[in-house]
Design a protein around this ligand. Sequence first.
Ligand code: MRU
Length: 351
Amino acid sequence: MSIPLSIKWNNNRLEILNQQKLPLEVEYITLETLEDVYDAIITLKVRGAPAIGITASYGLAATAQYYETNSLEAFHQLLSKDALYLAESRPTAVNLVWALERLRGAVQHAETVQEAKKQLLEEADSIYEEDEASCRAIGEYALSLLEGHTKVMTICNAGTIATAKYGTALAPFHLGSEKGKQFQVFACETRPVFQGARLTVWELQQSGVDVTLITDSMAAHTIGAKEIEAIIVGADRIAANGDTANKIGTLNLALLAAAYQIPFYVAAPSSTFDLSIGNGKTIQIEERPSEEITHIAGKQVAPDNTKVYNPAFDVTPAHLITAIITEKGIIYPEYDKNIVALLGTTKGEES
Ligand code: MRU
């Protein structure tokens, strides 16, 4: 049993697991240009907040190696333009902008273009390595919280293929598998594009975790019928008060957890916090093409010209969240005090 990887950086080549093709094909593709990187992110070939941040940072660092200038000023201008371009690929996950800003910050004091190019590659490596370490730590904390619990529900894919390795919400299951603790995971299929059915089920199977697929509309019934003990989800952006944007359908699960009085956990690295926003009201929710709803696997399932609303994320208010699991520790309410106490200031406040 092994834990799959979604991003590989080999001899200056950026390869990603093509998540569009899973689970029927396990295909790694090479991203050659900045446009390839943008396309891979917007079309969900690579997805999940940390994974898009990592991919964008390698994509930007690799592109910058070909800037034909010896002027630092021109170098910074090109870098800012390309960073802005990638940042516009998807709006909700803050990890994307966070990673690109980190790269720009890393070369702020470079004295030559050559030095800046080297620093960019080193910073992208650091982002990757730190994410793997963060996910492992999140997994350990989550395991401690889930001690005594076996039946856990999740939505979307906040797993190893959404990060450098291990994942966030799925990390305790991978680590549990390594340590001999068996969970029974119930994965919501995650309409419209089935990250739960296609990705979570596939990756947990790779790791030898017991996973059962349900449709999103079965969640309320299943929590009662199967005696689900906890729900754990990932995050795309967490505001200073704990309000959390994550895959559409997460809010439904949070409301169900409250109704059934079971814990609702959010698992995310500190790179997913946006302390520049006080609450979740201003988080931009990505709206995606209507075909994601009117068609399934290319087959039309709704009448021609159907009017569609397709928000990709929702915001769960902090009061519905039992705890937020980060690599630095577990944060409990009152989040407006405890988030800053644990994480201190972040890029949002520094800039
Ligand atoms: O649209 P997606 O598939 O990128 O949405 C992903 C999620 O909502 C994940 O839960 C989130 O990014 C956390 S991944 C560790």
